[in-house]
Every structure is written in structure tokens, then in C-alpha cells.
Design a protein around this ligand. Structure first.
Ligand SMILES: *Cc1c(COP(=O)(O)O)cnc(C)c1O
Length: 266
């Protein structure tokens, strides 16, 4: 497991990744990157006999400062994903005049629930009843609701957040009592490895869970948020309806992923 993580970590922080994901610094460069990603989405949808219109592109803008983010927004990135709530809240405040949608996609501590309620349109990393309780309470007080995805750890890695697959259905069942949370579907991070069979296996675990949850009417529209810069095309072939793409749009990140996924090899 750790070996696989280290492989990925190298691939995103070393020189080759920077060449693979050059930094976009103008509206034109962002437009080009977005067009390339959308073309790849369309091709993957076509290969799997799906309609690309049913696949949402979430542009993951973590670490990207507001000035550069404005260029991406102008180029058409309107659905933005951020891993850390503090950073996301700051950007949402600074860019309040922009017509964008904010999705928080990273682990959230219960005591930060109020921050998500303050600005987020969507939360994709729901993984505990305590957090669901806190969000629901804050949302009720604010008189609003929130779209949520339940995060599942499909890779069996200690370093990943999310529920064990075996816990997910009972969790969805328990969520039915949280009126302000609109369950949209499931979210996962696949194993970080170049072994695509093992990556796809993670996506299939999530899809199977979604199918089971659907039979019991527990998962709203049954969205599947899976796939990042390195694996979104495979994710689409396995059924993704939301892909979370950062580096392929904004360029390689300098910050190691251990910042976002504790326990992740540096
Ligand atoms: C950063 C991040 C992504 C996007 O990763 P890229 O390699 O930049 O495409 C997707 N999902 C989550 C939860 C993230 O934190």
C-alpha cells in the first residue's frame, strides 16, 4: 500500500509531473486545459456508451491563489472543488462576486461544520454521524440545506478517510433522519498506483455500493464522484458522474499530497 502511495507522490511532485501538467497562467491556457479535459471526458463517455452531458467536471482549485483562479473562472471553470475548508471559505469570500459553485471535497472536523454551512454549495466528504449531526443542526439554524456525498474508502488504505464499504449502507440508512442534508451520492479516492486494474477495482466497489443503495432508495440521484487528473477517464468508464480534476486544469501542485491525506507518503 505504502509503496503505491509513494509512487503516486513521486509522480505528482517530481519533474515529469510538472511537464505533464504545466501551469496555466492565462485565460487562453485555462481555456485550452479545460477544453482538453472536456474532450477526454467526452471520449471516455463515448467509449462506454454514455452521454457526456451526464458527467460534471469539478475543477479542484486547492493551493491556487485567487488571482489565478479568476483566470480559470473567466475561461469557464464554474464548479470549484477545495479540499480544506478554511482555504475554501477565504476564496468564496474574496470571490463572492463570481458566479461559481463551491464544493468542499476534503475531510472536515466536526467543529468546522459551521464554516461549510457559511458558504459551501456541496460537501463531498461526509463520513461520520457526528459530523452529519453537526451539519444538520447548523443548516437548520441557517435555514438552508446542503448537497452531500458520502465518502467511502475503497482502497483499504489506512491513510484515506471515508467509511469502510461494509459500513456505507447502514450509514446511508442513518442519514435519512437528517432533513437538511440532501444525499446526492458516493465519493471515493482510488488507490494511487499505476496498476489500472486495481484503480478500476476501487471505482467498481463504489459503483456496486451505489447500485445496492439505489435498490433501497437511500442515495438520492445516486451520483458517483470518482476520478482525478490521473484516473478520471477510467473512472468515467466505470460510471463516474462527477470527476474532480485539479492538476490537469491548473498545473502540477508544489504542495505534497500528504498535506491533504494524512499518513500519505511524502
Ligand atoms: C486534490 C484532490 C483532487 C484532484 O487531484 P488532482 O491530482 O489535482 O486532479 C480530487 N479529489 C480530492 C479529494 C482532492 O483533494
Amino acid at each position: 500500500m505504502l509503496r503505491a502511495s509513494a509512487e503516486y507522490s513521486r509522480s505528482v511532485t517530481d519533474q515529469p509531473a510538472r511537464a505533464l501538467y504545466p501551469q496555466a497562467n492565462s485565460v487562453e491556457e485555462f481555456a485550452q486545459n479545460l477544453a482538453d479535459v472536456r474532450a477526454n471526458i467526452a471520449a471516455a463517455a463515448e467509449r462506454s456508451g454514455r452521454d457526456a452531458a451526464g458527467i460534471r467536471l469539478l475543477s479542484v482549485s486547492k493551493t491556487v491563489p485567487e488571482e489565478r483562479l479568476l483566470l480559470a473562472i473567466e475561461a469557464g471553470a464554474v464548479d470549484l472543488g477545495e479540499n480544506k475548508v478554511q482555504e475554501a471559505k477565504r476564496k468564496a469570500e474574496n470571490l463572492a462576486d463570481q458566479d461559481v459553485r463551491w464544493s468542499v471535497i476534503g475531510h472536515l472536523q466536526t467543529n468546522k461544520a459551521k464554516d461549510v454551512v457559511a458558504f459551501a454549495d456541496e460537501f463531498q466528504a461526509l463520513d461520520s454521524i457526528r459530523l452529519a449531526d453537526a451539519l444538520d443542526r447548523r443548516l437548520q439554524a441557517a435555514g438552508r440545506s446542503l448537497d452531500v456525498f458520502v465518502q467511502v474508502n475503497t482502497s483499504a488504505e489506512e491513510s484515506k478517510f471515508g467509511l469502510e464499504p461494509g459500513e456505507a449502507l447502514a450509514f446511508l440508512e442513518a442519514l435519512q433522519h437528517h432533513d437538511s442534508l440532501r444525499v446526492q451520492g458516493l465519493m471515493t479516492l482510488a488507490l494511487f498506483t499505476s496498476d489500472t486494474d486495481r484503480v478500476r477495482e476501487c471505482f467498481r466497489i463504489l459503483r456496486d455500493l451505489r447500485d445496492q443503495a439505489r435498490e433501497r432508495d437511500l442515495v438520492g440521484p445516486g451520483e458517483l464522484s470518482m476520478g482525478m487528473s490521473g484516473d478520471y477517464q477510467a473512472a468515467i468508464e466505470e460510471g463516474a458522474t462527477v470527476v474532480r480534476v485539479g492538476q490537469a486544469i491548473f498545473g502540477a501542485r508544489q504542495t505534497p499530497d500528504s498535506e491533504y491525506w494524512p499518513g500519505f507518503a511524502k
